[in-house]
Design a protein around this ligand. Structure first.
Ligand code: SF4
Ligand code: SF4
Length: 145
């Protein structure tokens, strides 16, 4: 009889503890938001796909098409076609990034001698084909336009 009462009390306490957890979860604020109607603030360290950086004074890309990022990318996902202006300055006529292979490691951003690459803030990039994930960074804006 004594054992029965002890088990009854322990079972009741366990039940109340479980109900307490459920009640706390019921009244707690959710940690998720109803995306896309509501969006959380972007974190400073967020890494979207690498993008070409423009010189704020001239609006031109700072990239000099040296090819260092292409050589150092461990995923081999950068392919650059260089061209020259009439004055002989090299620039990227085409800067293809295969985003299906990019691991966002940041090596290309770090090795660029002219700070020509940075991480974009772009994160919503749904595509139907792999081909659509190959971006020409010369024509692609930060938000994918
Ligand atoms: S972030 Fe890394 S994997 Fe992506 S393009 Fe740059 S070097 Fe390559
Ligand atoms: S982004 Fe930088 S490292 Fe890459 S080709 Fe342009 S200048 Fe060279």
């Amino acid at each position: 009889m004594k054992r029965y009462i002890i088990e009854l009390v322990q079972g009741g306490a366990s039940l109340l503890a479980g109900l307490g957890v459920t009640l706390r979860a019921l009244v707690a604020q959710p940690v998720t938001v109803p995306y896309p109607r509501k969006k959380l603030p972007m974190q400073p360290g967020f890494r979207g796909h690498p993008m070409l950086v423009r010189n704020p004074a001239t609006g031109a890309f700072t990239c000099i098409a040296c090819g260092t990022c292409m050589q150092r990318c461990p995923s081999r996902c950068i392919d650059i076609t260089a061209a020259r202006t009439e004055s002989g300055t090299k620039y990227p006529a085409r800067f293809q990034l295969d985003f299906t292979r990019c691991s966002l490691c940041g090596i290309c951003v770090e090795v660029c001698p002219v700070s020509g690459l940075a991480f974009s803030r772009s994160f919503a990039m749904p595509h139907r084909t792999r081909e659509a994930c190959k971006y020409d960074l010369v024509t692609r804006g930060e938000e994918g336009t």
